[in-house]
Design a protein. Structure first.
Length: 191
């Protein structure tokens, strides 16, 4: 459970703050100003809504951990790809897919967490989840913003993506117990 929570904290820190640098991308990279910012934000929101609908239609938690890992991998690849987007249309497509992937992974994680803990513990665990998912974004945004200010937007996104890839390299080889624990009903003893 701790590895899972660490993975989701890292997701919140490394993958979700990309939206915070949209003003710089819209105006500084593509010279689109406020309209470009609105389009980037809308594209991300559209992807996120589709991700929500995708998760809402899942019938069980079987296979959801693997699905979550898959979307985290896709999201970090898209984040790296965003650095190399040469057209605004391509960037819009990329951020829409990023919104879909990170939302699908995040909501899948919440569903797994809610389904694998006892009713008596669910409120406490979800409170911790809320802190992680909400607190990681501003912390990651501060870190990413600092990197962007010092090194530029491309280097900032590449560094924060590399950090997340390191987290995945730690988490994926240890995912067997996570899959077994997170996709099963709560054990008889309290967590």
């Amino acid at each position: 459970l701790l590895l899972f929570i660490f993975l989701m904290l890292s997701t919140s820190f490394c993958l979700r703050p990309f939206r915070e640098i949209f003003p710089g991308i819209a105006d500084g990279v593509f010279s689109r100003g406020a309209d470009g910012l609105a389009l980037l934000t809308s594209a991300t929101g559209l992807g996120a809504i589709i991700g929500c609908l995708f998760v809402a239609n899942m019938k069980s938690t079987k296979g959801v951990v693997r699905l979550m890992y898959t979307f985290l991998i896709i999201d970090v690849i898209l984040q790296i790809f965003l650095v190399f987007c040469w057209s605004f249309t391509l960037a819009l497509t990329c951020v829409a897919l990023m919104g879909f992937a990170v939302t699908t992974a995040g909501i899948s994680g919440q569903v797994l967490l809610q389904s694998c803990v006892h009713d008596e513990m669910r409120g406490r665990v979800i409170s911790l989840w809320g802190i992680i998912m909400r607190g990681g974004v501003p912390t990651g945004a501060f870190f990413l913003g600092s990197l962007v200010s010092l090194l530029g937007y491309e280097a900032g996104l590449l560094i924060i993506s590399a950090i997340f890839i390191c987290v995945l390299l730690i988490a994926i080889p240890r995912s067997g117990p996570v899959i077994e624990r997170m996709e099963a009903p709560p054990p008889p003893e309290l967590i």
